[in-house]
Design a protein around this ligand. Structure first.
Ligand code: ADP
Ligand code: TYD
Length: 208
């Protein structure tokens, strides 16, 4: 099974992914956790280029780079793991491209959809948790995250951009309500975690 976590930067999705991984591992499951862009040598190199503040990148180049990083990850890591029946938890996946490049950068949605189809090779998560948090709250969380350092190239995009990204996620959730679950991320970590476990108990046979 393949589960992804989505949200704007600083929403708390990585925190939730780790909490879920710990529960699953304690229950004896083998779990592969990956982040996007990343998790293969090529995808981590592309990540460095995409997040670096050293150069400007056009929105279309950005779309193609995220897509290249994704397709390498799908073919090298996700497909083999799924074939073995391993559980995959992914910190961001294709909805990030729809939300950030489609809604955020306002690229032509048909092109975004085409890139997404090519990059995913049709591999989609069974469940996607969208951790929904307002821009201000996400900013505050990132600000208090002492390990976070300087904002990266994407994080510098500004309020209006992130508001469009959030709208994008909400639109995806509306279009695909059976896959994408909207979780109110404004609450305490433990409460959110509890909600996520409840959804998985209802929808899957995972030992949670
Ligand atoms: P993301 O992966 O979405 O960027 P993180 O999980 O790294 O977000 O969380 C960003 C920061 O917010 C971290 O410092 C984390 O400890 C903190 N955080 C995560 N969830 C919550 C929450 N529910 N309430 C308050 N702070 C949180
Ligand atoms: P990351 O540090 O992983 O962000 P976070 O911790 O908030 O998840 O950086 C990934 C950045 O790349 C983040 O700003 C979202 C962006 N992104 C896209 O714009 N499109 C994509 O397809 C993906 C996977 C990420």
């Amino acid at each position: 099974m393949f589960i992804s976590f989505e949200g704007i930067d600083g929403s708390g999705k990585s925190t939730q992914l780790v909490l879920l991984r710990d529960v699953l591992e304690q229950a004896g499951s083998t779990v592969v956790t990956i982040r996007e862009p990343g998790a293969t040598l090529l995808s981590e190199s592309i990540r460095e280029i995409l997040l670096s503040n050293k150069q400007t990148i056009t929105s279309t180049a950005e779309l193609l780079l995220f897509s290249a990083a994704r397709t390498q990850l799908v073919e090298k890591v996700i497909e083999p793991a799924l074939e073995q029946g391993t559980l995959i938890l992914c910190d961001r996946y294709v909805d990030s491209t729809t939300a950030y490049q489609g809604y955020g950068r306002m690229l032509d949605m048909e092109n975004v959809t085409t890139c997404n189809r090519i990059a995913t090779r049709g591999v989609m998560p069974s469940v996607t948790f969208f951790i929904d948090v307002a821009f201000e709250q996400a900013q505050q969380r990132m600000h208090f995250d002492t390990g976070a350092g300087e904002p990266d190239r994407m994080e510098r995009a500004g309020r209006e951009f992130f508001e469009r990204v959030r709208e994008g996620y909400l639109a995806i959730a509306q279009n695909e309500p059976t896959r994408m679950v909207v979780i109110d991320g404004a609450r305490d970590r433990a409460v959110i975690h509890h909600d996520i476990l409840a959804v998985l108990r209802e929808r899957t046979s995972l030992p949670v």
